[in-house]
Every structure is written in structure tokens, then in C-alpha cells.
Design a protein around this ligand. Structure first.
Ligand SMILES: Nc1ncnc2c1ncn2[C@@H]1O[C@H](COP(=O)(O)OP(=O)(O)OP(=O)(O)O)[C@@H](O)[C@H]1O
Length: 603
């Protein structure tokens, strides 16, 4: 399923086809030299867009993707090189491989299967790592595969040239391959998997909290990008006719990444723009590299002019256009407004009305600091419980444990009879717990609608996702902002969108971490009404952390008080107001609670 407007996709695919055909027609008219440049451009563009599928959507830079290009090149060439040639140049090949001689298409398909298998294995390993560690692992992959290619002489001819490959990548073959790759990359970006991955790139903790299985989505994009990379390698091999491991190492990695960075990592538009700019600059600099005359002065030959020029271009892009020349949006997302069908309102009723949360002995230690100490706690659907305490008393840490963001040092918690301690955040979300964050964690560069849709798609098996997303936005009064980027909204609206995103999960229990922060009194009162509605109409149980004691007192059925990580009191608002331990710890011993029955001091 695709999650973008059909209109936008139609224009995108149409533009890809039109551009490819126009470029091919011009090159065909201009002759063989132009056609050769265009073949290299098309094949390079496949590699760039392939890297974008992983790097752009996941936000993790990969230095290792040329390994897949190499595997695609060698695997397909081993199948297409004539048997007689193989007998002469690779005498130690296994018999079945030495005698196999296929045409280009089956060879490519077989090579892509090999690439996909290697990608699945390496993807599982790389997927265990985060951020820079994952990037370094991809660098390791590049070096390992390069080493294998050099060492496996019987199959690859080592560091020597692998020659005799039929030159079957014509301009039209390269064009078809490129168009297929671009369309796959574009469709992937707006597939359910692509959207979830982009959400995790924006904010991994929030994505997991709404049910996104980030490891799985990264693996999917890794495999798709590897297969496209393999296609690029196979086509490159059958264009060059001869190649060696150094064609798939650092220099070309740098070249393709430069195209991606300069154009814009996250879009197909960016990949195309980057490939065009770098190809033109490379062609110009290559001509200048051997020296040139300015009329009055002779500029001598300078080796490395091309690489230096591209590096300067990257620096320029980093300083002036950090998101690349085309930014974070596809061209059609900027110019063509999506049309959404209004779907009949899906119910956001608590999906597990008997999903009672019970925790026992919850403890969290950060080194020597006990942030939460042996806390027992209960929350039922349909009730609102306030969690209060001075700054640093452990409220957010408790919420983080109960939502799977942090693994408790000790203690257990369960929903109904299902034990959840140690369960990752995305699985906790599937059991009916949704949350918002103290420091707003929206997917800033996704639209408001996409923010909420990700949550709906990732929970309840994705059933009625669009309809749930629309209903959640309506309930929070945010429908009017649906197509705006979430990061551009005011603070208060961002908090409302975060609650709408949590509601789209159709939770039984909702944790709100300081939802009224940044709101004025009027907005806070409206929020209070809205939260009451959630418990009454939908039967959702709310755990509310806030320093606004007026809000807590007026809204909550029960209040739990933490001090220095320990639960010091629990009871009705009236009981808590009279509790001397609370007054002592929370309001300060000198404060007479009767002076302020609304308890506004803690704000
Ligand atoms: N990831 C972490 N690593 C180390 N210490 C942490 C971490 N998270 C929280 N702490 C510490 O644990 C204690 C409890 O922090 P927590 O944020 O849970 O308190 P809080 O009651 O939510 O505070 P506030 O009301 O200011 O939000 C603090 O001393 C804090 O510095």
C-alpha cells in the first residue's frame, strides 16, 4: 500500500519517464560519445538512488553500498562471460559455473538474488547498530568485500582485470534499468515501510513509541537498496566489458555519495539533481585536469582536480544547503497538492477496555543514582491518574520504563496478564499503551497527517489506518493543519498533534508527559475538557505528569506522588492535598497548603 496521493505519484513517474526519454533521444541524436556519457550517467544514477533508499530514508550514512554493486557486477558477469573465455581465464572455476553461459537478463536476475541474500545477512548485522556505529559497520563491509574479491582469485581474478564481459548495456538498456530503479525508489519512499522508516529517521524514540519496528524497516530498505545497487553493478560491468575490485571501492563510493549529498539524500529528485550536477562538473573538470590555457596564462596539469572540485562542491553544499540542492521534499510534493478522501470516522474507543496496567517494584538505576525506587503502580482504562513530584523525582523515568523506552533495572509490569518488562517500545505500543513526550518528539519534516498516519499504520495491524488518523486529528482540532509540516506548528499545536498521534494508536492507556507545558490558561482549560472526553467517550485511561497542580487537582481521579524516586503518597486529590509527607517533600515544609487549595505553587 502507498501512503501518498496518487496524483503526486502519477506526476512523479511521468516526469521520470519523460526526462529519461528526452535525454536518450538527445544523446541518440548527438552520437556515440554522448550516448556513452549517458549510459554512465544512468548507471551512476541507479547507484545514487539506491543509496538514497537506505541512507535518505533511514538517516544512516552507508559507505558500504558499493560492495553490493561489486557483487552484482561479478555475479552477473560470471554467468554471461562465454564458457570458452572462462576456461582460458578462470580455469579453476567450479564446473557448473564454468559451463554456464546466459544472456544479460537472466544473469542480472540471478545476480540480484545473490545480492539480496548477502544483503539480508549483512542487514541483520548492521541493523543491530545505531547511528555512527552502523555507518562504521558499512565501511567494514566495503573493506571485507573488497578483500574477498582480491583474495578469491579463482573466481574473480583477484586484483587483476575481470575481462571478456559481453558489452550488452546499451543506452536503452541502461535507460530502462534506470527508470525501473527510480520508480522503485520513489514508490518505496511513500510505501508504508518507507514512511515508517522516514518517521524513525526524524525521531527514533517516538517512532518506536507509536509501534514502528525500526529494525525491520531498516532491513527492508537495506535489502531494496542493495538489490538496486546490484543492478547498477551488473549494468556497469556489461557496459565496461572489463573491471576490477578498485572500480567498487573508495573513489567511486565518494563519487556516488557526493551526488547524493549535493542533490539531497532523502528524495529521488535530489538523487537526480545531484547526479546531473556532479556528472557535469566531473566532465568539465576532467577536461581541465590535463591543463589548459587562459590566453595570457597556461594552467599546468594538476592531478586530482576532479576529486578536489567535487569535494569543494560537497563543502559548499554543507555550508549553504545542508539538506542538498533540492531539500527534503520531492518536486511534486512542493507543487502538487494532495487530495485526500474524507473517510467515515473510525472508532478510537479503547481497544482493550480491561487492559489494566499493574507494576511491581519498578526500579531504575543510572550508575549510582536511583532515579526510581521500588514503585508499585496501577492504572485502569477510563480513569485519570496524576503523577506529580518535584523536578528530578523520577516521573519521566517511570513513564519511560512503563512505555518500554527504558528497561527497568528491577521490577515487572503487565497489561492485563501480559508481562511487558523488557519488551521493546514498539511492542508495548501494540499492547495498547501510547504516550507523548516532555520534550515534544514529532516527526518534524513529515506532514501532520503523516505523523498521525504512521501511528495508525503501526498499531492494530494497520486496520482502518487512514480513517483512524483522520478521526484522531479531528478530535484534537488539528485537521486544518493536516498537510503542514509538523515542525512548523506552534508549540501548543505540536502538543495537540502529539496527542492525536497517540490517539491514532487506539490505546487503552495514554501517558501524557507535561501536555500543558507551553499552553496558556485558556488552552490548558480546553485541554482539560478534551482529556475528560477521552476517558468518558473512549474509555481511555490517562497517566498525566504535570507541574500544573490546578490541572492535576481538577482532572485526576487519583494522584501518585514521587519524591527522589520513591512513591511517597497515593490517593484522591483531597487526600493528597492533606498528606503531610507531600506538603513536606513537594510543596516545601513552610508552605501552608490551606492557603492555596488549588495547589498552584508547584507550577
Ligand atoms: N538517561 C538518563 N541517564 C542518567 N540519568 C538520568 C537519565 N534520565 C534521568 N536521569 C536522572 O534521573 C533523575 C530523575 O529524572 P526524571 O527526568 O525522571 O525526573 P522528573 O521527575 O521527570 O523531572 P522533571 O519534573 O524535571 O521532568 C534525575 O536525577 C535525572 O538527572
Amino acid at each position: 500500500m502507498l501512503v501518498t496521493s496518487g496524483r503526486q505519484l502519477f506526476y512523479s513517474v511521468f516526469a521520470i519517464l519523460a526526462l529519461a526519454l528526452i535525454a536518450s533521444a538527445i544523446a541518440w541524436y548527438m552520437g556515440p560519445a554522448s550516448q556513452r556519457i549517458l549510459v554512465v550517467f544512468f548507471v551512476s544514477l541507479i547507484a545514487v538512488v539506491a543509496q538514497g533508499v537506505y541512507c535518505g530514508n533511514s538517516g544512516i550514512m552507508s559507505f558500504g553500498h558499493l560492495s553490493f554493486m561489486a557483487i552484482g557486477a561479478y555475479a552477473s558477469s560470471l554467468l554471461t562471460v562465454p564458457a570458452m573465455m572462462k576456461a582460458a581465464t578462470l580455469p579453476k572455476l567450479p564446473h557448473w559455473l564454468a559451463s554456464t553461459e546466459t544472456s544479460l537478463l537472466p544473469a542480472i536476475l540471478a545476480a540480484l538474488v545473490v545480492v539480496a541474500l548477502v544483503a539480508i545477512i549483512t542487514g541483520v548485522v548492521v541493523g543491530k547498530l545505531q547511528g555512527e556505529a552502523a555507518t562504521i559497520a558499512t565501511l567494514g563491509l566495503l573493506i571485507i568485500v573488497h578483500g574477498i574479491l582480491i583474495g578469491w582469485r579463482d573466481v574473480t581474478r583477484g586484483s587483476g582485470s575481470f575481462f571478456g564481459v559481453p558489452r550488452e548495456t546499451t543506452m536503452w538498456v541502461a535507460m530502462i534499468g534506470c527508470v525501473i530503479a527510480l520508480i522503485i525508489a520513489r514508490l518505496y519512499r511513500d510505501s508504508i515501510s518507507g514512511l515508517k522508516l522516514r518517521a524513525s529517521r526524524e525521531n527514533a524514540i517516538a517512532a518506536a513509541a507509536v509501534g514502528v519496528n525500526i529494525k525491520r524497516e531498516r532491513l527492508v530498505s537495506w535489502v531494496i537498496s542493495a538489490v538496486l545497487m546490484g543492478l547498477s553493478g551488473a549494468l556497469m560491468a556489461h557496459f565496461l566489458g572489463a573491471f576490477s575490485p578498485k572500480n567498487f571501492y573508495f573513489v567511486d563510493t565518494f563519487q556516488y555519495l557526493a551526488m547524493l549529498i549535493v542533490g539531497g539524500m532523502t528524495t529521488v529528485t535530489g538523487a537526480i539533481s545531484g547526479a546531473v550536477v556532479i556528472t557535469i562538473v566531473t566532465e568539465i573538470l576532467r577536461h581541465l585536469e590535463s591543463g589548459f590555457s587562459l590566453g595570457f596564462i597556461e594552467v599546468p596539469q594538476v592531478f586530482g582536480t576532479t576529486q578536489i572540485g567535487i569535494a569543494l562542491l560537497i563543502l559548499f553544499a554543507m555550508f549553504r544547503k545542508a539538506d542538498g540542492l533540492t531539500g527534503l521534499k520531492e518536486w511534486e510534493e512542493r507543487f502538487i497538492k494532495p487530495k485526500r478522501k474524507i473517510l467515515s470516522g473510525a472508532s478510537l474507543q479503547a481497544a482493550e477496555p480491561d487492559g489494566i496496567l499493574t507494576s511491581k517494584g519498578m526500579t531504575m538505576r543510572f550508575g549510582g543514582l536511583v532515579a526510581v525506587n521500588n514503585v508499585d503502580f496501577k492504572l485502569m482504562p477510563g480513569e485519570i491518574v496524576g503523577l506529580i513530584g518535584p523536578n528530578g523525582s523520577g516521573k519521566t523515568t517511570l513513564l519511560n520504563m512503563l512505555s518500554g523506552v527504558l528497561k527497568p533495572s528491577e521490577g515487572t509490569f503487565k497489561i492485563a496478564d501480559t508481562l511487558l518488562d523488557g519488551v521493546p517500545s514498539h511492542k508495548v505500543a501494540e499492547h495498547g499503551i501510547a504516550r507523548t513526550f516532555q520534550n515534544i518528539r514529532l516527526f518534524n519534516h513529515l506532514s501532520v497527517f503523516q505523523n498521525v498516519l504512521v501511528a495508525a499504520l503501526s498499531t492494530r495491524g494497520g486496520k482502518d489506518a487512514e480513517s483512524r488518523a483522520q478521526t484522531a486529528l479531528e478530535r484534537m482540532g488539528m485537521s486544518k493543519f493536516a498537510e503542514m509540516d509538523a515542525g512548523t506548528l506552534s508549540y501548543g499545536d505540536q502538543r495537540r498533534v502529539e496527542i492525536a498521534r497517540a490517539l491514532a494508536c487506539q490505546p487503552s492507556l495514554l501517558f501524557l508527559d507535561e501536555p500543558a507545558a507551553g499552553m496558556n490558561r485558556e488552552e490548558t482549560d480546553a485541554l482539560m475538557e478534551m482529556l475528560r472526553g477521552l476517558t468518558k467517550d473512549l474509555g481511555i485511561g490517562i497517566l498525566l505528569v504535570d507541574h500544573d497542580l490546578k490541572l492535576i487537582n481538577q482532572l485526576c481521579d487519583r494522584i501518585a506522588v514521587l519524591n527522589e524516586g520513591t512513591l511517597i503518597a497515593a490517593g484522591t486529590p483531597a487526600e493528597i492535598r492533606k498528606n503531610p509527607a507531600v506538603v513536606e517533600a513537594y510543596l516545601g515544609a513552610s508552605t501552608d497548603q490551606n492557603d492555596d487549595p488549588e495547589g498552584n505553587q508547584g507550577r
